[in-house]
Design a protein around this ligand. Structure first.
Ligand code: B4P
Length: 192
């Protein structure tokens, strides 16, 4: 199996690049942000709990997100690999993911980390907020809080995988096609 983590701050292009990557490499896309927004749309208790955190720009509790990913991995036993988008976002989530994959006799193959400046992130998310209907994209304070949370809680996840030599950095500013080409190059080198 080829299991990829697409990593980076909010607005760095994880969701955008994932759409093209799943088409090219046939991976199963697991986005915790998409899974949570689907729960909110359906009005489930999990969705209602998650919304209260997401609207403030905070992370949803680890046990909620880990449970969701665990079910999604179990529900897809025959895939070529997973593309984890927006997960793991804490070291506790990374530990849980490693254990989960170990039980399936597999592991993370590669983490690609998108690098984008803070001002560009804010600009992109405010722009998306004009059309997406996402409440966490319309308020600049909430966007900046999400970026702070990334620095304080999420960036350490890259250190976790760096210990195993699994991280490659990607320049995340430029056209979507240029960034996709850089990402594909890293994946192709790893698949060789
Ligand atoms: P996510 O849904 O993961 O959203 P995101 O990080 O904001 O966005 P992403 O990075 O995918 O967006 P993209 O750049 O593609 O998380 C939302 C919330 O859910 C979190 O704040 C948290 O509360 C919760 N959550 C999710 N996962 C969690 C977890 N594991 N643990 C706890 N809580 C969790 O797109 C941004 C915009 O940039 C788009 O409009 C796009 O068109 C544009 N863009 C992309 N690439 C571009 C480029 N090259 N140039 C110009 N614009 C570009």
């Amino acid at each position: 199996m080829f299991n990829l983590i697409l990593f980076g701050p909010p607005g760095s292009g994880k969701g955008t690049q994932s759409e093209n990557l799943i088409k090219k490499y046939g991976l199963k896309h697991l986005s915790t942000g998409d899974l949570l927004r689907s729960e909110i749309k359906q009005g489930t208790p999990l969705g209602m709990e998650a919304k209260s955190f997401m609207d403030k720009g905070q992370l949803v509790p680890n046990e909620v997100v880990i449970g969701m990913i665990s079910s999604a991995v179990d529900a897809n036993p025959k895939v070529a690999g997973f593309l984890f988008d927006g997960f793991p976002r804490t070291t506790a989530q990374a530990d849980a993911l490693d254990k989960l994959l170990e039980l399936k006799k597999t592991s993370i193959s590669l983490m690609l980390a998108l690098e984008v400046s803070e001002e560009e992130l804010v600009k992109r998310l405010l722009k998306r907020g004009q059309t997406s209907g996402r409440s966490d994209d319309t308020n600049e304070n909430v966007i900046r809080e999400r970026i702070n949370v990334y620095h304080n809680e999420t960036s350490a996840v890259a250190e976790h995988y760096r210990k195993f030599n699994k991280v490659e950095m990607i320049e995340g500013e430029g056209s979507i096609d240029e960034i996709f080409a850089s990402i594909s190059k890293e994946i192709d080198a790893k698949l060789k």
